[in-house]
Write a protein that binds this ligand. Structure first.
Ligand code: ADP
Length: 183
């Protein structure tokens, strides 16, 4: 089951000097980096990278609504709406701000079950819930209430594709075929 997945060290990871640490963890797990580059992404690049179909916006909006509910936050008071698609659109705007605030490091990571192994190394989307031993759990305690108060996206250090299909789309978005190396 050799798969490829896209991993991004997000701006907070780069600014905090965690690129080496994150690469070490990927290598230590027996995964292979087959392409890598550092980019200061434009807003257009990030807008195109994260999907903008209603299904995706609704799913991000619903995840945000769930985390607000768990924390006793009223979405209407905080964001002026409780419509999942609208909230998805707001969170996507924050994501674009976040992902363009400093350079990012993009990697294609290959290996046995690379998609699910990478998701396991990365940990829960919300760092305050991520297990110790995961990248997010070890290096961040960010949470939706704090992020929302500051009108920003959750800073969770790293992105990893969430399925083999998404991985294919995401890898071809950032890398040409001849930038992915065989060894
Ligand atoms: P993941 O990166 O774990 O796959 P998602 O695809 O659900 O998570 O979300 C994409 C990104 O949106 C996250 O990595 C995070 O930076 C941001 N995000 C997710 N949920 C929230 C939220 N409730 N509030 C603010 N930002 C969020």
């Amino acid at each position: 089951m050799i798969e490829r997945t896209l991993v991004i060290v997000k701006p907070d990871g780069v600014k905090r000097g965690l690129v080496g640490e994150i690469i070490s963890r990927i290598e230590r797990a027996g995964l292979k980096i087959v392409a890598m580059k550092m980019v200061k992404a434009t807003r257009e690049q990030i807008e195109g990278f994260y999907p903008s179909d209603e299904g995706w916006l609704r799913s991000v909006g619903n995840k945000t609504l769930t985390s607000y509910k768990e924390m006793g936050i009223d979405p209407r008071a905080e964001l002026g709406t409780d419509d999942p698609v609208e909230i998805g659109r707001i969170v996507k705007g924050w994501l674009v701000d976040y992902m363009t605030e400093a350079p990012i490091v993009l990697m294609v990571v290959e290996g046995n079950h690379a998609v699910s192994v990478m998701r396991k190394l990365v940990g829960h989307t919300l760092p305050y819930k991520a297990e110790p031993g995961t990248i997010r759990g070890d290096f961040s305690a960010d949470s939706p209430d704090l992020a929302n108060r500051e009108r920003r996206s959750i800073r969770n250090l790293v992105h990893a594709s969430d399925s083999p299909e998404e991985a294919r789309r995401e890898i071809s978005y950032w890398f040409r075929d001849d930038e992915i190396l065989e060894y």
